[in-house]
Design a protein around this ligand. Structure first.
Ligand SMILES: [Zn+2]
Length: 57
């Protein structure tokens, strides 16, 4: 069964990625390929989750 995509913050926006991730999400510094096609380095922190959603994802 395919795992669902999960949201992660990077570069000022929240993106969705399909890479497998730890139960609690991507760790900061993890490179993730987002649904919009960008390879991004995931970030962490409560404020990061307030960033706007990536329109393409
Ligand atoms: Zn995106």
């Amino acid at each position: 069964m395919p795992y669902p995509f999960r949201w992660f913050p990077a570069r000022g926006e929240r993106h969705a990625g399909r890479d497998s991730a730890p139960r609690l999400g991507f760790r900061a510094g993890t490179c993730v390929e987002a649904l919009c096609g960008a390879a991004l380095v995931a970030e962490e922190g409560a404020a990061a989750w307030l960033w706007p959603t990536c329109a393409t994802c």
